[in-house]
Design a protein around this ligand. Sequence first.
Ligand code: GRF
Length: 189
Amino acid sequence: MRLAVFISGGGTNLQALLDGERDGKFQSKIVLAVSDRKDAYGLVRAEKRGVPVFVSRDQREIVKALEAREVEGICLAGYLSILGPELLTRYKGRILNIHPSLLPKYGGMGMYGIHVHEAVFAQGEKESGATVHLVTEVVDGGEIILQKKIDISDCDSPEEIQKKVLTVEHEIYPEAVKRWEENHETRLN
Ligand code: GRF
């Protein structure tokens, strides 16, 4: 599949996907990086790999850019804007997101970035992890594609949890794309 990756920040998950494509972990091709912030470092990562970038917060403009690159699937990777109805309907069933917790726990509105790990830490959880799921109009509510747990009983701060969970994210996103494209291809055939 032709994929677009949506970012808002550092883009370490985008990097994991770019490296996964390079290393043949999945067949899909990343043909566009979209960001709602022009200073997102993830844009530099994309350009270094020769992937075109597009910066906008206008849903209609974004849809036009996706169509121009004949994008078939979207991977949200640290993307902080909520997708509008146009994108959700246009790409229904073909949008993935990675969330830094064991959904459905610690998901939903306001649960993003360090806030997730602060809540996990405050609760005294002994394990956390990351989840790749299909995106629907319910924030963090779609079908789970892949989830992996990690022991955090030795973490003394939300930041330590975040660091550990990020390594799990980088591990599972390429694997999730592989499972998704295999499943998607079979559905198409
Ligand atoms: C990470 O916490 C990730 O879990 C979430 O967005 C944050 C930044 O990710 N999806 P990245 O380094 O920009 O990929």
